[in-house]
Design a protein around this ligand. Structure first.
Ligand code: NI
Length: 400
């Protein structure tokens, strides 16, 4: 597709980069868990006020929304989203601005996302554009449903499209990934409870053993992927929590398994969920235990809209500090609650390369996580430019 160039590509100067770096470090220093981001939200509102942007707090508990408008009723509305919560992890980086809150850490880069979106706000506030730009600072991405609460709070009212990005320490700064279609998996977390009958370990025939049934279930569930899924279509069943029994000489009356199904194709998902139901019921019959399978907090796949992806790619290619725009390859089996917005409006989620050169650093969701802060300029420029490009797209032949 022909690229349309605009003269007003927004880029970050050293002063703005410094402002964002300080914001990132302040938030990194004071991480807060999902739906507890009170200080983070207050800090975001303070920083927005610093650049003369009004905002509303307490959206979906701890979210913040700001609106930049051309002051006329004309044009479309586009939304930009940053997540703002930390994880229950103890920080081990030893960085001067490392977490002050024991057992809580920004180990996924959401501190950077907030800094980027504030940087974009600083770039956009002096621009004129045909429409409205909504900035969404969203709580509780890690918990998995902050976005659902934001949608329920009507933040997408009048919004025509939404964009977001995530820091990725596997790729270098200056590289971005943009893809259309599915980029993150469906996540279907589940609980399986098994009820048998306790008894003496020496007299199993007088009891109904849930441990043997649970062990069989864990192994049988693996065949759902190895035998039931097209090998070219990624899916996984992981059981991460097993709990049963009370003592070595008592046959366990109850067992609990907790896990998640991840899939990247609708049919694969359907087959795997139905298969898990079948396996659980069959194991129950086979061992004479009562079973109960319960799915909860399911997250849909992140599926990028083709037009939004074109705009996202064009916006990335316009930015001077972006040296390459690539495909992420196969969809990630990770999940992202950005999908809840995409259920309502077209959207696109991209990745910003943020690799560090130090060995062993950068493992997301670990106490050693850190990222290259140069990515803040990339993210802020992209957020600002993608919003401008979406609002101007009707004049560039890309109308849907
Ligand atoms: Ni994340």
């Amino acid at each position: 597709m022909r690229r349309t160039r605009y003269t007003s590509v927004l880029s970050v100067d050293p002063e703005l980069q410094k402002w964002m770096r300080e914001i990132r470090r302040q938030i990194h220093n004071n991480p807060e868990l999902s739906f507890q981001e009170h200080e983070t939200a207050a800090f975001i509102q303070k920083k927005l006020a610093e650049i003369d942007i009004e905002s509303i707090g307490s959206i979906a508990k701890t979210g913040v929304v700001a609106t930049l408008s051309n002051n006329t009723a004309e044009g479309q509305t586009v939304a930009l989203r940053a997540d703002m919560d930390a994880l229950p992890i103890s920080e081990e980086t030893g960085l001067p601005y490392c977490s002050k809150n024991p057992g809580v850490m920004h180990a996924c880069g959401h501190d950077g996302h907030v800094a980027m979106l504030l940087g974009a706000a600083a770039l956009l506030r002096t621009q004129s554009f045909p429409g409205t730009i909504k900035l969404l600072f969203q709580p509780a991405e890690e918990y998995g449903n902050g976005a659902m609460h934001m949608v329920a709070a009507d933040v997408l009212e009048n919004v025509e499209a939404i964009f977001a990005g995530h820091i990725d320490t596997h790729i270098p700064v200056g590289t971005m990934t943009v893809d259309e279609g599915i980029v993150c998996a469906w996540a279907d977390p589940f609980h399986i409870s098994l009820r048998g009958r306790s008894g003496h370990a020496a007299r199993p025939h007088e009891a109904v053993d849930t441990v043997v049934a649970a062990a069989n279930l864990v192994l049988s569930a693996q065949t759902l992927i190895s035998r039931g899924v097209d090998p070219n279509r990624s899916a996984v069943v992981s059981i991460g929590h097993v709990q049963a029994g009370t003592a070595q000489n008592i046959i366990a009356q109850n067992a609990l398994l907790r896990g998640t199904v991840r899939s990247t194709h609708e049919q694969t998902r359907k087959n795997t969920l139905e298969g898990l139901n079948r396996v659980v019921e069959s194991i129950g019959l086979m061992h004479g235990v009562e079973t109960d399978l319960d799915f909860h907090n399911c997250i849909p796949a992140v599926e990028n809209d083709p037009i939004a992806a074109v705009i996202a790619r064009n916006a990335a290619e316009e930015i001077e500090v972006v040296t390459s725009v690539i495909s992420q390859g196969a969809p990630s089996l990770g999940a992202e609650d950005f999908a809840f917005y995409q259920k309502k409006v077209p959207g696109c989620m991209v990745r910003f390369g943020a690799a560090l050169e130090r060995e062993g650093i950068g493992v997301s969701h670990s106490g050693r996580f850190d990222f290259n802060e140069e990515v803040l300029s990339v993210g802020a420029s992209w957020y600002a430019n993608v919003a401008m490009q979406w609002l101007r797209k009707n004049t560039s032949g890309l109308e849907r």
